[in-house]
Design a protein around this ligand. Sequence first.
Ligand code: SF4
Length: 570
Amino acid sequence: MTLESIQSNHKEKVLLALLPFWDPQIPPLGIACIKSYIQQAGYNVKAVDANIEIQFREIYDRYFQSLIEIIPGNKTGNLYNIGNQVFRNHLMVHFNHSFDDKYVELINILISETFFSTVNRQQVKALDAIIEDFYRRLKRYVLDLLVRENPTLFGLSVYGDTLASSLAALKWAKEMNPGIKTVIGGGIFADQMAPGSPNLEYLVERTSPYVDKFIIGEGEELLLRCLKGELDDERKVFGLQDTGGHYIDIKTMDIPDFSDFDLQYYPHLAHFGARSCPFQCNFCSETINWGRYRRKDTADLVDEFTRLYRRYGSQLYMMTDSTLNPVITALANQFIASDVAIYWDGFLRADKHVCDIENTMLWRKGGFYRAKLGLESGSQRLLDLMDKRITIQQSENALASLAYAGIKTTTFWLFGYPGETEDDFQKTLDFVARCKDNIYEADCNAFNYFLTGQANSDEWLARNEGVLLYPEWAGEMLISQTWVLNGSPGREEAYQRVNRFVQHCKKLGIPNPYSLEDVVHADKRWRELHKNAVPDLVELKNSDTYIDESRNIKTLSFAENTQEDDEDWF
Ligand code: SF4
């Protein structure tokens, strides 16, 4: 059945949305996949992303501008990253509690536990006025949307940063129409609300009057069953185990349906070639939520990209696969053989085959645009503690090989991992200084501890090292508890390292772009550093221009110092 020929043959009308605040780098892929799947079963589905609304972006900018004004400059770190923790929690406090002394006390704690700086009542009041304005705008937006679409099922894709606005929206929806079915799915169940966490239990209990179903992990089949009335009315939480072992055959899925989104606002489109992770670590939410690893045939996947290009005109795609290592060479070869130039990025481990310039040049010819690398640390001792199973030399060689081919290298760093010493941290600073010209961008975060879902979770839990970060009474206002590990380095030290790393990268000229303007500068730097640099983002975003330069990239001669790709990939 083609999309065009679909006629709704059910009385249900489904509205799927992603609410603020989420950085709209791509249209919501999860919603686009579910829309496509449910439509094939004959349902009428509307998809919405509220994050492209200027009125909400303006709120976000105002809040962060206010933070800049009240936090000392040497403590702001990478503000738009760590500040999100304060912002998302403030949104939740406002949703649950009216302005009083406890409110002021909690916002102060939230700010001081992230920026290690205090604020006065007047400053909290000023921040609160922005949040108040946001909820006023959001309510009008959501109620208008519900009146316009008149759905029988309202489903939200929810992440930590969108939880507060999503709960507010579902509550308003139930007040307006008690008969509407309300459903939550999405990445929220990957960390703080992971299955097995007391936070999830509390969330379900607290939101019981207005959230009907929680769908954990792969959402297509469970939402379809919900629409067909096949999910137990008495239960709230459903996961893979409730599909009776029926994994979706991703090879037969239609391409994501982005037709409801205004695509001019997004720098990239998104697609995926696999679900779950090939490594299947039993503690990891990727394994728990998505089950066994499944991937599409490479030829079919390239054909899907071609169809996406023909339908939406975008040449640039973010791939959401947990890792591209097993498929990247086959995928690049397939793209080289295809008749459309597609540029694509994705997560990559710094495995040995990434250190081989012949490989990275081949990937570049095939349109590989950006590697997202979780390098985490420049200390081998730390990488071993994290069980990363890569060496510092591999990280360095991988950056060099990718940069030689002009592929952007987005690097992620982590500070405050249990056991990280000043010497380990210094090694990271030294590593970054050594490799600076091969790093397109550097983003970092302080270590967050979750009760489940991390490599050493069982060990930490058994040693009972987790303590509450915020006072116990705050749990009710935040709808969740946050635990931290009671060890070394402490939280303040970890955030100081974030600040020091940010300053270090600034001095070295390594960007961490957030706005489009920042990206333009970062692209210019990359082009000046690397003659094989991939095209600029703004060039690729311009759908009036067709760019096909990758296949003409010249393979320059190079020394034979590369390592053999000896991984046995599938
Ligand atoms: S921890 Fe990493 S490697 Fe292991 S399953 Fe999760 S995503 Fe894959």
